[in-house]
Structures are given as structure tokens and as C-alpha cells.
Design a protein around this ligand. Structure first.
Ligand SMILES: [Zn+2]
Ligand SMILES: [Zn+2]
Length: 646
């Protein structure tokens, strides 16, 4: 007998060679129907893998991330089989699951695939799926494996196998198809009920542009037809909310080939929006005891050699700038931290003066390949809402809680209600990998966990995921379309204080190293505005909107009254504008709706006579005629609903 421990901690005995599916059977019928993959002692196994030792078993369904991954990876095998049948001689390379679906990189030889071939491939895939073929793993010797792919004339799989150790190589078979694979499949192809190929793109073997060009086919699959339908609707909605499209329509930002790829240009409305976000955070940071600092956009190469950034990123970064006469070398700033370390180093500190919290909206530059650039989410120059806290190890606990408060305040004020946190700790089995004393690591890790607990965060702990220089806390935010974004990392750092020889005088009169915390609730202004645009579809919280109201005159006769209303609104710090054009009121309303202006204030004969405005709310309709004072109250109530004081 073997002892199987389930995630809830319960332990059950099973006969040796029982499978995860047998375990599911002992739990419930529902689970037998829904279990699609499993992990045993943290390793991926098949639902039919015989278990031979005691251990921890987790069963996954479609509702688990790991279940989806197994589902999509298994579908990539089905697609590979369909491609082999439809395009004889096609050479397979790799076919992993990704966040949303899967892809397979193939060498099509003389064949070509375009979107118009998708229905044919999807049809073939569904035909294979309906055969309910079991996925069967088998071990093969290295010789056998090489022989199989040499016969197929497939140099890619041969290269992969050559790098594997004999005795660890497995094939997966289903129907007439065989693939080199480590495993992690659903029980059989019949579970796949809906497939959709999404796109086809070029890719290089091993991602190396000097190597052979391959074709990458992306797809996604579902256990129910209705799940596919919902997904396609989501894609449609995501297209509408694409920040590149909305940014243009709302005149927030632009790019110019002349200025250069990946270098956003903020238009007046976008710049004003950014400024509001900056002021919002600056105000909260001031209350939280941060001090603003300013540092230059370039720094001497030596600075980044000291910080270690040069060794890590130098080669793959913008190359040094040389001065014409003195032969000095400068780098575009890739990070603000080294500069802030030198600001800390400008004078000696006593423990009584710590923590120091230096904040800067610092613009940094990082080289990204042109193919990787994407709107505002992947750029070459961006501004971080950066801050570095220098504190004693004993202050970490308090500082961490304060940073979490600030991050939660930011999320709350901007309408991100759905988020989880991940605590990344070091791998206790491998202590040599990390810098800093055991004592300090223990202090920092318990500080993070305590803070997460005390703040009531919904968090998971990932052991072994910490950076070599310190543990961290990441927030994963879900947007309105259910997509996850990483925002608001809080990182503890023992490395830079060491490299920059930072210190403070302790109560024992001796010098000690401070701990450093890096944090940026927005991440970068560019990426944050992009996420916010897609989350809100351009309907930002009212306090942030470029224009909060537009005054629409029924005809030119009411121009004077419209101007008077504008003045009154401006006196109440409401951002508004007037549309006095000689157009119909219907057209003016339609355009204001398109521009997502939250309130439309219609003024005509009655309004002028009664000293009122007729209010229409974006996306909702008429509210009726009210006075300016009533309108100001309405706006303030709405703003105070989201924007609390910190
Ligand atoms: Zn596989
Ligand atoms: Zn930093």
C-alpha cells in the first residue's frame, strides 16, 4: 500500500500502482468526470500514471491553471497530427501551452499556411478529437528516439533529443501520432470539444534569428462549445479596448517613426492625465513620509558596473555614449536605484534618522528588439513611479505594511478591485544562491508574510521564486476582461546596499548596512495608462478624466449662457469645455458619447431662463435639469466614491 496526501492535508491509503484517476474515483463521481491532469510530489504526471511511492497528489480540472495548460498542450499534439496529415513532410519542433492556448512551431517545407486554411485544419483536429484516443506515455532509449526522428528527416527533434540524457526520454502516442514529450496530458482527445486557430506567424528555431525560420501556428481549445463562444466575444471586446486604438481616439499619445520606435509621445490630454496620476501618488507619498528626489537621465558606466546592471544588461542594452573630448562613457539610465543609492550616500546617517524614503518619477531607457515593442506596454523609454526605502532590518515589518497600504490605495482609487498577491521566498535547500545573512532573510520573509496576513491579502507563497538579492511581494490585478496584469511589485534588496557600501550608525555606535526596498505601485506610467485604458475602455474614474463635462448649446443663441456655465464649472475646479458649433444637438451628443465625456450639459432657452443645465450621463442617458450647484455636488459625490484621501 502507498499513502497519498491530498491538498487538504487528508491522507488515504491506496494499493501500489494506483493512478491519480483511481484516487479521483475514491473521492467523487464528479471529480472522475472532470479531472484532466495531476501533479505528484510537485511533478506533472498523467491521470493514468501508476503511483509507486507515498507522496502528495493534486488533481486538476479545467478550472485550474495547470488543468488548462495540460488541456492546451494536449491539443497542440492534435494540431500537430492534423498538420502532418494535411501537409505531408511537415517537420515538428516544439508545441507548448501558453497563457491563452498553445502553439506549435513547424517547418512546413514547400507548404504554406494562411488564415484561410484554418477551417480545414480545425475540421481535421475535431475529427481526430472525436476519436477519443488515449494519450499514452512510453519511455524510449536515446538511440530509439534519435532513430525515429532521423527516419523522419527531422533535425529539430534530433537536436532536442541529443541534449537529453538517455533514460529520461519519453514519447507520447495518441491515435497514429507520436511526439517527443515530457508529459502532462489530459486522459483522451475526446475531451477537446471546441478548437480555434488564432493566428499564424514567423518564428525562429530556438528563438535565434540566425537559425532557421519556422511557422508558428497559434490556437486555443475548450471542453465546451459555449466556452469558445465566450472566449471569442472576449477577444472582440479586447480589440475594442486595445489601448493603442483608444489612445489614438482619445488623443492621449502617439508614436513617430522620426522620433523612433518604442518612444511614446504624450499629447496634451495624455500628458494632463499623467500629471493627475503623478500628483495623486505624490500627495499620498508625501503623507506616507516620502521625499521627492531628481536624478539625471544618464549615468557614468562605472555607476552601473558598481550596481551590477552593466554585467547583467550591458550587452543587450543601449550602448554607451562617449563624450567628444574627455573620453567619458555614459549609459542611458536603465534603473533609478543606483542614483538613489548615491543620494543616500551623500551624507552619513544615524539609525534615528531612518527610514529614508526617496521617490522619483524617473524616466529610464531599455533596449527592446523592434519586434517586441507593443504600444505603451513594451517601450524603449518609460517613466517609473519609483521609490527606494532605506531602513534598518527591524523597520522592514512596518515599512512593508505601509507600502502595501499605498498600493491598495492606488488600486482602490483606480477601480482595480480584483487582485491577488504572490510572496516569493528563497529556496531553503539552496542557500548559497542568495546574498545576505540567514538572519536577515528570515526577518524579511516573515515581515512580508506578516504584512500580507495583517492587510488581509489573498496571497500565495512561492518558495524558490525570490531574486538572489531579496524576497518580494507581487500583486496580480485582474482587469474587466479577466486578464491578469502584474502591478505593484515590492522588492527587498540586500545586494545594492552592499555594492554601494551604504551604511548607518546603529545604537551601538557601529556602522550597519541598511536594507533597501524597491517599490512602484503603477510600475511605469506608460504601462499603467495602457492597462487602465483597457480595464476601463477609456471610461476612467471621474477624478482622472481629461474632460469631466461638455456644455452643448442648442444653438448659437445660447453661446453666452454656455460660457457663463463654463466659468462657474471652472471656478468649482470641474474640467469642462463648450461645444458651440453650428451643429444639431443630436450630433453634438453623439460625438461627446464617442469621446467618452462623462457628463453632457445641454443649454437652451429653458435652461437659460431657469439658470439650470440639462444633464445627460455618458452611457446612461438623461438625468434632467438641475442647477450648477446641484451638478457640482453630483460630481463631487461621484469623485469621493472612488477617490478617498490617503
Ligand atoms: Zn505532450
Ligand atoms: Zn529600484
Amino acid at each position: 500500500m502507498i499513502k497519498i496526501t491530498l491538498p487538504d492535508g487528508s491522507v488515504k491509503e491506496f494499493e501500489k500502482n494506483s493512478t491519480p484517476m483511481d484516487v479521483a474515483k475514491s473521492i467523487s463521481h464528479g471529480l472522475v468526470r472532470n479531472v484532466i491532469s495531476a501533479s505528484f510530489n510537485s511533478e506533472t504526471v498523467e491521470t493514468v500514471t501508476p503511483l509507486t511511492t507515498d507522496g502528495n497528489l493534486t488533481l486538476y480540472t479545467w478550472n485550474d491553471e495547470q488543468g488548462k495548460k495540460a488541456f492546451w498542450h494536449s491539443t497542440s499534439h492534435i494540431m500537430a497530427q492534423a498538420l502532418e496529415e494535411l501537409y505531408p513532410g511537415v517537420k515538428l519542433t516544439i508545441g507548448p501551452a501558453i497563457d491563452n492556448g498553445f502553439y506549435y512551431d513547424v517547418d512546413l517545407g514547400e507548404h504554406n499556411i494562411s488564415e484561410k486554411d484554418f477551417p480545414k485544419i480545425e475540421g481535421k483536429m475535431l475529427e481526430i478529437a472525436r476519436g477519443k484516443h488515449d494519450y499514452k506515455m512510453r519511455a524510449v532509449s536515446k538511440v530509439e528516439a534519435l532513430d525515429f526522428y532521423k527516419k523522419q528527416n527531422n533535425p529539430f527533434k534530433v537536436e532536442l533529443i541529443e541534449n537529453l540524457e538517455d533514460g529520461t526520454i519519453t514519447f507520447c502516442d495518441h491515435d497514429t501520432f507520436t511526439d517527443l514529450c515530457r508529459g502532462g496530458h489530459i486522459p483522451n482527445t475526446g475531451i477537446v470539444k471546441a478548437v480555434k486557430l488564432l493566428s499564424v506567424a514567423g518564428a525562429y528555431w530556438r528563438g535565434d534569428e540566425n537559425k532557421q525560420q519556422l511557422t508558428r501556428v497559434y490556437g486555443i481549445s475548450f471542453p465546451k462549445q459555449k466556452d469558445l463562444k465566450a472566449y471569442l466575444e472576449l477577444l472582440e471586446e479586447a480589440k475594442k479596448r486595445d489601448h493603442r486604438k483608444l489612445g489614438k481616439e482619445l488623443e492621449l499619445f502617439t508614436f513617430s517613426q522620426k522620433v523612433g520606435q518604442g518612444l511614446p509621445l504624450w499629447l496634451p490630454k495624455g500628458a494632463a492625465l499623467r500629471e493627475r496620476l503623478e500628483n495623486f501618488l505624490k500627495k499620498a507619498q508625501k503623507k506616507a513620509g516620502y521625499e521627492q528626489v531628481v536624478s539625471p537621465h544618464i549615468g557614468q558606466k562605472e555607476l552601473y558596473v558598481t550596481s551590477g546592471h552593466y554585467a547583467k544588461y550591458g550587452e543587450d542594452s543601449f550602448q554607451p555614449i562617449h563624450t567628444p573630448k574627455e573620453d567619458e562613457e555614459f549609459l542611458l539610465k536603465p534603473m533609478n536605484c543606483p542614483h538613489h543609492c548615491e543620494i543616500y550616500n551623500a551624507r552619513p546617517w544615524s539609525y534615528k534618522e531612518l527610514p529614508k524614503r526617496y521617490a522619483e518619477f524617473g524616466t529610464v531607457y531599455r533596449y527592446e528588439q523592434s519586434g517586441e515593442l507593443h504600444g505603451l506596454t513594451r517601450v524603449r523609454g518609460f517613466t517609473q513611479d519609483d521609490a527606494h526605502i532605506f531602513c534598518t532590518p527591524d523597520q522592514l515589518d512596518e515599512e512593508f505594511k505601509n507600502v502595501i497600504d499605498l498600493v491598495l490605495y492606488v488600486f482602490g482609487s483606480l477601480g482595480f478591485e480584483n487582485f491577488t498577491a504572490q510572496v516569493s521566498l528563497r529556496d531553503p535547500e539552496d542557500p548559497d544562491k542568495y546574498i545576505g545573512s540567514d538572519e536577515n532573510w528570515e526577518k524579511a520573509e516573515s515581515a512580508i508574510i506578516n504584512a500580507a496576513k495583517e492587510k488581509g491579502l489573498n496571497y500565495v507563497i512561492e518558495t524558490g521564486e525570490a531574486a538572489f538579492y531579496g524576497p518580494k511581494l507581487d500583486f496580480m490585478v485582474k482587469d474587466a476582461l479577466g486578464r491578469s496584469w502584474q502591478l505593484g511589485t515590492i522588492q527587498v534588496d540586500y545586494n545594492l546596499p552592499e555594492r554601494f557600501d551604504l551604511n548607518y550608525k546603529g545604537s551601538d555606535d557601529k556602522l550597519h548596512r541598511p536594507v533597501m526596498i524597491h517599490r512602484a505601485p503603477f510600475g511605469s506610467m506608460e504601462r499603467f495608462v495602457a492597462i487602465l485604458l483597457e480595464h476601463t475602455a477609456g471610461n476612467f474614474p471621474l477624478w482622472l478624466m481629461p474632460e469631466q463635462a461638455i456644455i452643448l448649446s442648442i444653438s448659437e443663441k445660447y453661446e453666452k449662457y454656455a460660457e457663463k456655465v463654463l466659468n462657474l464649472l471652472e471656478n468649482n475646479e470641474i474640467r469642462a469645455l463648450v461645444d458651440n458649433r453650428n451643429e444639431t444637438i443630436g450630433k453634438k451628443i453623439r460625438e461627446a458619447e464617442m469621446n467618452k465625456i462623462p457628463f453632457m450639459l445641454i443649454v437652451g432657452e429653458n435652461e437659460e431662463k431657469d439658470d439650470t443645465i440639462s444633464v445627460r450621463k455618458h452611457g446612461e442617458g438623461d438625468i434632467g435639469a438641475i442647477t450648477i450647484n446641484e451638478f457640482t455636488d453630483l460630481i463631487n459625490t461621484e469623485i469621493n466614491r472612488t477617490l478617498k484621501t490617503f
